[in-house]
Design a binder for this molecule. Structure first.
Ligand code: TXA
Ligand code: MG
Length: 363
């Protein structure tokens, strides 16, 4: 299949391109599009064939549900049951309206019970539906032009890092889908926060740019799925997608914690040994530390304490390491303040939860 790529000038978006994309969706085709978090791989959420095609293009297990993207808050009522949500005592829809008012359009996905309008192909067989209204103007225009309901996972081949630049989308999806809308680099770089509202107490299933503190400000008590924090071996995550080893680079990734001196000594020692073994070593570090390492492939993730830049760069860095064909990757740990929590969550997953304490290793 030929994949048409439409480049957008953000100052003066090409509406004919958007209309063409909308037409493809209405005819059951697939279009990748930019959102503020990562690029999405969109199909008509209300058409079971479109959802089947999405799973096929991604090479994704079809028990892993898709997020339905909307462009108008009122459209929630078509796809979700909003009058029997357990956790709210008094006015349910007020709480959702409050969440939408505060965080939409933006990087928050909410899970509610679905209506019959949403096929089970879209929800991976579940009777709940994940809903998000993205803030990227190209995404919003595209969703509107497509009829209002776009099912979209991240636009990567299953198991690869989510795409944060159009080159990543082209790398994974060229020839597999009808069209790619090129909106340049994304603004955030890690996927949306997922909040389950189907239980008594709201629960975060995946951390993102919107934090637990942001959400408790509106909802009061908010829990975090234990599987988000633990190493995945004990707790079964509530978001089916979180059980897969996502975001995996080809090289073996290890996170190294400890004092900066011990971390650099440990990594430099390993890099030296690996050089002797003819292995290629990569390092992920803060900008300020770039001169402290002796390894052939060193990538900077932004200044110390700037987790927003780390979020924006992480997936790109992991893909670059794949191109560099590194065998081993060592990463410094990031602060878990704000979006740093989502960055560490993705890094830990990419590392298969391998963490080495350089302070212990140096004893
Ligand atoms: O930022 C994002 O959310 C991006 C952009 C494109 O919007 N999308 C995204 O989609 O990350 P995806 O498919 O890569 O991740 C969706 C996650 C999966 O872990 C899936 O299991 C979970 O959401 N999910 C979807 N529907 C769910 C449901 N009904 N119950 C529990 N988890 C659900
Ligand atoms: Mg994904």
């Amino acid at each position: 299949m030929d994949t048409e790529i439409i480049r957008f000038n953000r100052e003066d978006p090409d509406m004919t391109g958007i209309d063409k994309a909308g037409k493809i969706i209405k005819e059951g085709g697939l279009v990748a599009f930019p959102t503020e978090t990562v690029y999405g791989l969109g199909g008509d959420a209300l058409n079971p064939d479109s959802s089947r095609k999405i799973y096929e293009a991604k090479g994704r297990p079809s028990d892993n549900p898709l997020i339905v993207h909307i462009a108008d808050v009122k459209d929630i009522s078509k796809i979700a049951v909003t009058d029997n949500i357990a956790y709210v005592i008094d006015d349910v829809s007020n709480k959702i309206a409050e969440l939408a008012d505060r965080f939409w359009p933006g990087p928050l996905t909410i899970i509610l019970h679905k209506t019959d309008a949403v096929p089970r192909e879209t929800t991976g067989g579940l009777d709940t539906v994940a809903i998000r209204m993205p803030s990227d103007p190209i995404a919003l225009a595209f969703i509107k032009a497509s009829g209002g309901f776009i099912a979209a996972p991240s636009a990567n081949i299953s198991g690869r890092p989510s795409p944060t630049e159009v080159s990543h989308v082209i790398e994974d999806m060229d020839g597999r889908i009808d069209m790619i809308l090129d909106g340049g680099d994304v603004a955030i770089g890690v996927e949306s926060t997922i909040l389950d509202l189907t239980d008594e107490i709201p629960m975060i299933l995946r951390p993102g740019a919107i934090t637990v503190d942001d959400l408790s400000g509106v909802l009061g008590e908010v829990r975090i799925d234990p599987a988000v924090i633990e190493d995945g071996s004990t707790a079964a995550p509530k978001a089916p997608g979180m059980k897969y080893r996502h975001y995996a680079p080809k090289g073996e990734l290890v996170i190294v914690t400890g004092t900066h001196k011990n971390v650099t000594d440990y990594i430099n020692r390993r890099a030296e040994e690996e050089k002797n073994d003819l292995l290629r070593t990569g390092v992920i570090c803060a900008d300020e530390h770039v001169l402290d390492y002796r390894a052939p492939f060193i990538k900077c993730a932004g200044k110390l304490g700037d987790e927003e830049t780390a979020a924006k760069r992480l997936y790109s860095i992991l893909r670059e390491f794949d191109h560099d064909e590194v065998d081993r990757i060592y990463s410094e740990a990031f602060d878990t303040e704000g979006i740093g929590n989502a960055v560490m969550n993705r890094l830990l997953k990419a590392a298969g939860h391998r963490v080495t304490d350089a302070d212990e290793a140096s004893d």
